[in-house]
Design a protein around this ligand. Structure first.
Ligand code: GUN
Length: 292
């Protein structure tokens, strides 16, 4: 192994410890407890598990959590009314609407209703718009891309002037990650399913952010020696040696990539733990904005 392993679990714990210390300081000073409200519509087991782990993290860090659950057939009006109620509630610092929502609901509309000062996911059009514009600052940066950049910076990877390749253009990871890298003066290429020469494009990259949702797609010989590889993928593959019958792997072939890269995140234990850590950081920030 030549690459330096980026330990997301350790770095996420450091972020959580910092947030917990700030939360304790604020509550000791008589300020409101930073509180995250999550909105889950429907019964997707993966979404339910994500929402539960966000609530658990709040409790571990001394923050409040409110968990709102609407049935899968909830109407647009019901979801809108819930978001408006949470906007008006002074006891709520941040609002997170778990995605995806059932397809009959207008996701763009719901996200646009969230008060920008409570938009801890950073998905409201105002926050994303600011992220996309030069000289403007979003109040909140989407948690997973925020975590990716934080890992690069903590590991001493120089972003300014680097050639960065982002694999995937989702609203949740790929696009905001590309915007963040541009804002930090990287030269950014965004690849997707219709990119012609994926291996050749990735080979130009000093920084690779893989968020394309394809099991171990990025091979060792796609990677420029010394490049920093951030693997956002979480893919289950069959593994008879595990009790669950499966294990998690990323979008990068780790065994190959670690022999070539300069830095690499593992799966699990890389980007995964950072998402919730950054959500906690954003929720604290929301409380600070609302009650300085
Ligand atoms: N679904 C998958 N990732 C996310 C996320 O970061 N935030 C929300 N709200 N939904 C998601």
């Amino acid at each position: 192994m030549t690459a330096q392993l980026i330990d997301g679990k350790l770095i996420a714990q450091q972020v959580r410890d910092e947030v917990a210390a700030m939360v304790a300081k604020r509550t000791a000073a008589g300020k409101r407890k930073p509180t995250l409200a999550t909105v889950l519509v429907g019964d997707r087991p993966d979404s339910a598990a994500y929402v539960a782990s966000k609530g658990k993290a709040c409790q571990e860090l001394g923050m409040g959590s409110i968990s709102e659950h609407l049935p899968a057939n909830a109407s647009q009006e019901e979801v809108d009314a819930l978001v408006k109620r949470l906007n008006a509630d002074k006891g709520v610092s941040g609002i997170l609407v778990q995605l995806p929502m059932p397809s009959h609901l207008d996701e763009e509309r719901v996200l646009s209703l969230i008060n920008i000062e409570k938009d801890v996911d950073g998905f409201s059009p105002l926050n994303i718009g600011r992220l996309a514009q030069k000289g403007r600052e979003p109040l909140f940066v989407p948690c997973t891309p925020f975590g990716c950049i934080y890992l690069l910076e903590k590991s001493g990877v120089k972003i300014e002037g680097a050639n960065a390749v982002v694999l995937g253009r989702s609203n949740i990871v790929g696009m905001p990650a590309a915007l963040l890298l541009i804002g930090k003066n990287a030269t950014v290429t965004v690849c997707h399913s219709r990119t012609k020469d994926l291996p050749g494009t990735v080979r130009q990259a000093d920084i690779i952010i893989a968020a394309i949702g394809r099991t171990e797609m990025v091979r060792g010989d796609w990677i420029k020696p010394g490049a920093a590889v951030i693997d956002v993928g979480i893919n289950a593959v069959p593994d008879a040696t595990k009790k669950s019958g499966q294990r998690l792997v990323g979008d990068v072939n780790f065994a190959e990539a670690k022999e070539v890269a300069g830095f690499i995140t593992p799966v699990p234990g890389g980007v995964g733990p950072m998402t919730i850590a950054m959500l906690m950081k954003n929720t604290l920030r929301a409380a600070e904005i609302q009650e300085p």
